[in-house]
Design a protein around this ligand. Structure first.
Ligand code: ATP
Ligand code: MG
Length: 321
């Protein structure tokens, strides 16, 4: 069994990209491994500036993860800020991180290019993320493609520390699912909570259907045969269909002469069916918020024990003890 760790930001409601890129892996990997999954509220501070909203998002995200199948008897679920050791470890790592390493990070550069306000927190985000990963001696980090560079940065930071002060940190590996590493949003770009192009996992079915019908489509005439792999509607359809349905849809694309509206209807139907059980489970959890808080409290206690040991190791190594 491997020590698996990953986090999700409470910056809004989880979407299809989060599920198929990351959350589905959390649930698969919890069976045979030691999973540590957390809600990254410290990271969300660079985006969410309203205390009540942040608090609600954290609780919502916890319920979402539990409803989707994260099992607290198999994995540890906790809130990032409940583990102060991580912030302390972050400082040790910041002090050995070259500016250039962070200046090369694409996620930061992209947010700035899109005109999203950037603060020092956003710039140093990969170092806090490295602290998250290293604090639990994590071996495997299930993520979407957008996070692969950050895992490389984490390895780089950890190796520098190990080289300087002796073997202290375990070097983690990213785990990415090829077929859903970068799920497109309603505009064809990477689906992201901060880009307002998401299709949510939970929420009113009618509203989600409307959002699906509004997905931008290719402007090429309907009669033309098309390569399905190049079309973001097909990529979304493929998330839900069984292999036969996917083959049939791909054949339809290659023949041409179909309407994008039909693909959208198929996506709406199959996605509704796919998440129906989770939706039911979530409605139950909403009636049992005390249970959710209890899961998070127990998770934090377990995670803190691990992080305190690793922090102690790092402090001794660099001369703080
Ligand atoms: P934000 O815009 O606030 O960064 P986000 O939508 O990128 O939000 P995160 O909470 O940053 O979501 O990411 C949680 C996990 O979901 C990460 O492992 C990330 O790689 C993965 N993920 C996010 N978007 C996608 C996507 N479109 N396709 C596949 N995986 C994704
Ligand atoms: Mg993100």
């Amino acid at each position: 069994p491997l020590r698996v760790l990953s986090g999700i930001q409470p910056t809004g409601r989880p979407h299809w990209g989060n599920y198929f890129g990351a959350i589905r892996q959390y649930i698969d990997l919890q069976e045979a491994n030691e999973g540590y999954y957390f809600i990254a509220d410290l990271h969300a501070l660079t985006t969410v500036r309203d205390a009540a909203v942040l608090r609600q998002n954290v609780l919502d995200t916890a319920m979402d993860l539990l409803a989707l199948g994260l099992d607290p008897t198999k994995a540890t679920l906790f809130v990032q800020s409940h583990i102060p050791e991580v912030s302390e470890l972050c400082w040790l790592l910041l002090s050995g991180t070259p500016m250039g390493l962070l200046q090369r990070c694409v996620a930061y550069k992209e947010k700035v290019e899109k005109g999203l306000p950037a603060d020092v927190g956003l710039f140093t985000y990969p170092v806090l993320q490295a602290a998250d990963i290293l604090a639990y001696d994590s071996q495997l980090v299930p993520v979407g493609a957008d996070q692969v560079q950050h895992i490389e940065v984490c390895r780089d930071i950890a190796s520098r520390f190990n080289h300087q002060f002796g073997d202290t940190f375990v070097l983690p590996k990213a785990n990415v699912l090829d077929a859903s590493a970068k799920v497109p949003g309603t505009d064809g770009e990477k689906m992201s909570k901060s880009y307002d192009n998401t299709l949510p996992l939970f929420g009113e079915v009618k509203k989600i259907s409307k959002q699906i019908m509004r997905i931008t489509t290719d402007s090429r005439p309907m009669e033309d045969p098309k390569e399905p792999e190049d079309d973001h509607l097909f990529q979304l359809f493929r998330l839900f269909g069984n292999p036969d349905e996917i083959d049939a849809m791909a054949a339809m694309y290659r023949r041409g002469g179909f309407g994008y509206g039909d693909v959208k209807k198929a996506i709406a139907q199959s996605s509704e069916a796919y998440f129906a059980d989770a939706r039911e489970k979530r409605a139950e959890l909403e009636q049992n918020v005390d249970y959710v808080h209890q899961v998070l409290a127990e998770g934090a206690e377990k995670a803190r024990n691990v992080a305190a040991k690793v922090l102690g190791r790092a402090q001794s190594a660099c001369g703080l003890r």
